[in-house]
Design a protein around this ligand. Sequence first.
Ligand SMILES: Cc1ncc(COP(=O)(O)O)c(C=O)c1O
Length: 436
Amino acid sequence: MRYEKSEKIYEVGKKVIPGGVNSPVRAFHSVDRTFPIFIKSGKESKVTDEDNNTYIDYICSWGPLILGHNHPEVNKAVKESLELGSSFGLPTKREIELAELVIKCYPSMDMVRFTTSGTEATMAAVRVARGFTGRNKILKFHGCYHGHSDSLLVSSGSGLLTDGYQDSNGITDGVLKDTLVTDFGDIKSVIKILEKENVACVIIEPIPANMGLINTKKEFLKELREVCTKYGTLLIFDEVISGFRLALGGAQEIFEITPDITTLGKIIGGGYPVGAFGGRREIMEMIAPIGRVYHAGTLSGNPIAVSAGIAVLTHLINKKEVFYKELEKKVDYLVEKVVKLSIKHEVPICINKIGSLFTIFFTEKNEVVTLKDSIESNTSHYSLYFNTLLDNGVVAPPSKYEAHFISSAHTYEDLDETVKIIDLAFEKISLDMKKN
Ligand SMILES: Cc1ncc(COP(=O)(O)O)c(C=O)c1O
């Protein structure tokens, strides 16, 4: 049996860890599997599971591994750092180095604070916005995920949608009351809300990737910037996924829009736990110990994680646009072939892509632009796609609400092999469509 060891590990795991996993999407529930694969190791574009099956990996740790698994430059930095000790609870020079690299790429930031996760970064950013404006309410968009802090878990996309619900239990009415939500792209409703309510901040994924990938219209972000400025509401760009992935300066560089606060994560830790939030000096100087907005962390700016981040950012900064162009070329190569396969097998799909991210929606629609479009895409076709790929050595995201990630370690042979397997998957979907 191909997944025998993974199944055995899961039997033990589910007794000691809820669902046997430490993050729900890893459980593979929405792709009709009763247990996940357990990963033993990763190298370049591939991961190997406990049964010694090897897969071309399109999860890439959900984004951090833009250089692929086990990159020698990252490993070298981590090993050197390890020799010096793990963590001190006192500042290190390396944190300043990483801060300087981040600020260099994000002109909207004069200062940056490090955390251990994207969740902490967005949670602290919202607190700072409340402290700065003296307002309580915040506004977010349906389907945008900003981590699992209480106030941001309302209508928050991928993980919850994957499990079939919109909001988490365990959040107080008070918190729910202070989180306003509207539709992504609906500037009229944003204006109405900001006119009526005292809103501290609008938080947004400038390119949403947690309801499947959705392409954003520049005009919407431009208007959002203007209306936030008009009403004294801070604009937070959550670039935990898009930061350093779409360009060195993330979505804000591509769209030429300056947010008040930016949150980062994933790539800036190179596979190790780092998040960050930053913005203008007057905002960031609200933070303790110089201001009265508290943010802290035993492992915030952990030297080993920070060293990994420095290695990755240095690599990206040295390669500049060429790096991103090459990644995009790979996605274009793959997507073009997948579209041809969909025509060959008469399987209706719509692919959204930007840079090194893409989502395949199984839908008759020509465009997927809203959360509703994404929800309405075919879940069982996605499941057939995922399972055929997994059984043949390719691991795609185990939910239709996520994006595929590509790294610089993915080769054109990997892409050709992936296309062959997608051919099989589409053949199965086509047969399934004829049956029904
Ligand atoms: C846009 C966005 N913001 C915040 C987060 C939370 O980051 P973390 O999982 O590191 O807490 C995520 C996680 O996927 C994310 O995609």
